[in-house]
Design a protein around this ligand. Structure first.
Ligand SMILES: Cc1cc2nc3c(=O)[nH]c(=O)nc-3n(C[C@H](O)[C@H](O)[C@H](O)COP(=O)(O)OP(=O)(O)OC[C@H]3O[C@@H](n4cnc5c(N)ncnc54)[C@H](O)[C@@H]3O)c2cc1C
Length: 322
């Protein structure tokens, strides 16, 4: 049973701009801690996609990311691809590599075996997720040999090995959650089960993140909540992602990209400006760690890293050209 005692009325958890100053005031000492960055990649299905991914990794690794993560298809379809990329990253780079593992639809035994294999390969950080349920099983309980929720998976991962475990968090509430408060209780359960940090779903309205961060603190969550940042290069694609996961597209963002469908160059400039404004605003509110959804492209993520003051060093440059 989760012992959470919070005196925040449920309706306040919903209300943007409610009278409480959730995270709205710049923190004393904000911007003082050195910024850190992590990059998320997905496993491409084609040879061309894989070549592109390696070029992207070469370009980004010079910024010394704290971790790079590789996503996993919840239907298990990317299992071999994810594993191959993680293995190559471990063998060929000094990066801290974190494979995503989703538990929906897989047996506990299968997942334990996967985690043990990763540990033997040298993986020390896992991004643990439940994954989206396939439409055909929505509303049905999982089979008896499967995890129902990510928190159960995290608890088991902890028993397998001393992994550093990141989990997912939702500033605008996970679409299946019964309420924002219940969703934060779930996040707390994941931390209580052994997660070390949470990485958020992408968002464009920083108010959502700042209010969420404050609510997490009220629920007794002390672990880091790292904002997930998605540069908007292809607005139509991002709109689709946003609809799927319940992320608000602010009117100002829509207006900035309106009419630029055939103007890739301006879209890219704007995408960089929007993401850089977003991370710098978060910096002013004391955020120092950022997780970038790279979509396997280097240029925007590199620019965002540079805007945070991250630079290649002699050593990382030498490593990149080796
Ligand atoms: C950083 C990040 C990376 C991601 N990477 C991937 C990826 O690689 N592959 C992929 O397929 N998907 C990925 N996702 C998407 C994620 O798998 C989906 O959002 C999924 O629907 C929920 O996963 P979860 O781990 O948050 O689930 P959970 O934490 O299990 O939560 C799922 C839902 O159940 C509710 N819940 C939890 N516990 C209980 C309980 N005891 N009783 C009632 N309700 C409960 C929660 O509030 C939530 O609504 C990622 C998301 C993020 C933010």
């Amino acid at each position: 049973m989760l012992a959470v005692n919070v005196n925040v009325p449920e309706k306040e958890l919903h209300t943007p701009g409610s009278s409480r100053h959730y995270g709205h005031l710049p923190l004393r000492g904000a911007r003082k801690s050195a910024p850190g960055i992590s990059f998320e990649f997905f496993p491409p299905a084609t040879e061309k996609g894989r070549d592109n991914l390696w070029q992207t990794i070469e370009q980004l690794k010079v910024l010394s990311p704290r971790m790079v993560s590789v996503t996993y298809g919840a239907d298990g379809s990317s299992r071999d691809n994810t594993y191959a990329i993680v293995k190559r990253l471990l063998d060929k780079t000094d990066l801290v590599v974190a494979p995503h593992i989703t538990c929906v639809g897989a047996s506990k035994a299968e997942l334990r075996e996967m985690a043990q294999q990763y540990w033997q390969d040298g993986v020390r950080h896992i991004v643990a997720l439940r994954g989206d349920k396939p439409k055909s099983t929505e509303g049905l309980p999982p089979a008896s040999d499967q995890y129902s929720y990510c928190s159960e998976f995290v608890e088991d991962l902890r028993k397998i090995a001393d992994f550093d475990i990141s989990v997912a968090a939702y500033p605008e509430t996970h679409p299946e959650a019964l309420s924002p408060a219940k969703d934060i209780e779930n996040l707390r359960r994941k931390f209580d089960a052994g997660a070390t940090r949470a990485i958020t779903q992408f968002f464009f309205n920083n108010e959502h993140f700042l209010r969420f961060r404050d609510h997490c603190a009220l629920f007794g969550i002390e672990g880091d909540i790292i904002p997930g940042v998605l540069p908007v290069e292809n607005f139509t694609q991002v709109q689709r992602f946003a609809t799927q996961c319940g992320t608000e597209i602010p009117v100002w963002l829509k207006e900035r990209f309106a009419g630029l469908e055939d103007d890739k160059h301006t879209r890219k400039l704007l995408a960089a400006a929007v993401a850089i404004e977003q991370v710098n605003d978060l910096r002013r509110h004391g955020v120092s760690q950022f997780h970038l959804y790279t979509l396997n492209r280097a240029d925007l993520s590199y620019a965002i890293g540079r805007s945070l003051g991250l630079k290649p060093t002699k050593e990382t440059r030498a490593g990149a050209s080796a």
